[in-house]
Design a binder for this molecule. Sequence first.
Ligand code: C5P
Length: 220
Amino acid sequence: PAAVIVAIDGPSGTGKSSTSKAVAAKLGLSYLDTGAQYRAITWWMISNGIDIDDPAEIAVAAAKPVIVSGTDPSAPTITVDGEDASGPIRTQDVTSKVSAVSAVPEVRALITQLQRDIAAGAGQGIVVEGRDIGTTVLPDADLKVFLTASPEARAARRSGEIKGADVTATKEALIKRDAADSGRKTSPLAKADDAVEVDTTELTLDQVIECVVTLIEEKR
Ligand code: C5P
């Protein structure tokens, strides 16, 4: 079959990453975690003393780091200037600052181009997860899925991933980040008109995977 392009968007804690990786592995497709790219550029900004509260400074620095994503769903990688960034991009510090960095239009323009190049080069097809994939990055995707879940379910899932995390604090941080991502001017978190919305609150991960696989098979 021809290369299939799948866009999976939604707020944090809806199961985007777990679902996207599993679906890509099952169908022999590549996988791209676009949140990891925004986290990587944020980590570089922090490490290089860029003022996160100054969009102009971020805009000027945005083209400096070289961000490379490995798209094997069983072992996705991310490097910044050749250095493995997969650990540092998951820290609380990066998580709390990524929305401010990713709201800067110059950052989005550069990362969006990277994402389009990767999708165009994925021979068998690709599953791309993020916030604006269906609306902005790949508007012609063969399938667009928008995952949602109740704030309680999302916070519980995220707390489960972080050792010693407090569910209430996690929920507040998630809601704050989603509000920032949904409220920004340039390509906010949004469901594309032609996306299929899947509420994962009451579903197991396997059920969500099955649902997306079925939706892809219907398109092929
Ligand atoms: O998916 P993840 O939680 O790793 O994303 C981190 C952040 O990256 C999001 O909160 C958002 O600010 C930004 N992001 C974005 N556009 C995307 C993917 C992520 O702005 N397509």
